[in-house]
Design a protein around this ligand. Structure first.
Ligand code: SIN
Length: 297
């Protein structure tokens, strides 16, 4: 198991916050912590533990700047720069704008981020440790985000299926659904050769072990997983369809309804997530940072 993240503010005063689990399979609210203030070593260790225990943490009403969002995220590891540089926040390339808003006819962000279940950046050799979305502008209806616990998904498979899939590996590709999404949403940029080169497919274990807790989790997704390596395509398709359906059963899911200035921090090694959708006529915008993780095993 890897050591916990290290950076911390040794001299910061304690903030007296509470971690209150949701009445849901995963998730907890962190009450009383102000991310814009210095966070002590002890408080940081509690947040880190809560993240490992609950997989998704909700910090309500965080009036933080993009730089504070980046600084807090960086305490957990280096940050990913998303391949769609078109949707980086100006002067803050670590922030990907997730938004359906168009200004002067041009999209300001990735409008269809998360329309299929996925774990962030699973198409790279080092997928993401976790991601943090900070609400900027919310619709009056819709716009929820769903999180599905992939430890529970693994643990509830039959022993026979567990034994069958444990040694398997699967290919994950950013490009798998890119043209399909672009056909539906023509504002999606055509990728340059340099962008295509950045997202060559990666092969990942079908079942991964969390590097900090040691728990196993299913690690395939309808967005990025294209095939099980070594199986005939029809067998691979049938097995993936079975795993996709199982992995997002309602009993594994927490549904997050956004409130102004929510900061939501989830563990991509434990969860998959899905954007439930926003009515076209309503505006939604969130800023996302994405922490680089380890090579899955
Ligand atoms: C994402 O997949 O990072 C976006 C999720 C959302 O917009 O709810």
């Amino acid at each position: 198991m890897t050591a916990p993240p290290s950076s911390s503010d040794a001299n910061a005063p304690a903030q007296h916050f509470e971690v209150r689990p949701f009445a849901a399979p995963v998730g907890a609210e962190v009450i009383g912590l102000d991310i814009s203030k210095p966070i002590s070593t002890e408080d940081f260790a509690r947040i880190h533990k809560a993240h490992l225990d609950h997989h998704v943490l909700v910090f309500r009403c965080q009036q933080i700047t993009p730089q504070e969002h980046i600084d807090f995220s960086r305490r957990f590891g280096p940050l990913e720069i998303h391949v769609l540089h078109q949707f980086q926040l100006k002067d803050h390339p670590e922030i990907l704008i997730v938004s359906n808003i168009k200004e002067n006819g041009e999209p300001i962000g990735l409008g269809d981020a998360g329309v299929y279940w996925h774990s962030d950046i699973s198409y790279k050799p080092k997928p993401s440790l976790g991601s943090l979305l900070h609400a900027q502008e919310l619709p009056s209806e819709g716009g929820d985000t769903l999180f599905a616990d992939q430890h529970l998904a693994w643990e509830s498979l039959s022993p026979e299926l567990q034994q069958r899939i444990l040694p398997l590996k699967a290919e994950h590709s950013y490009l798998a659904k890119y043209e399909e999404l672009r056909a539906k949403n023509p504002w999606r940029p055509k990728l340059s050769q340099a962008q295509i080169d950045q997202v060559a497919p990666a092969v990942q274990p079908v079942v991964r072990t969390h590097p900090e807790t040691g728990r196993k989790a299913l690690f395939v997704s309808e967005h990025f997983t294209t095939r099980i390596v070594g199986l005939p395509q029809d067998e691979s398709d049938a097995l993936l369809a079975q795993l996709f359906a199982h992995s997002v059963k309602p009993e594994f899911v927490y549904r997050h309804t956004w409130a102004p200035h929510d900061l939501v921090f989830w563990d991509n090694r434990s969860l998959m997530h899905l954007a439930a959708g926003t009515p076209d006529h309503l505006r939604r915008r969130l800023n996302r940072t994405t922490i680089v993780g380890d090579t899955p095993f």
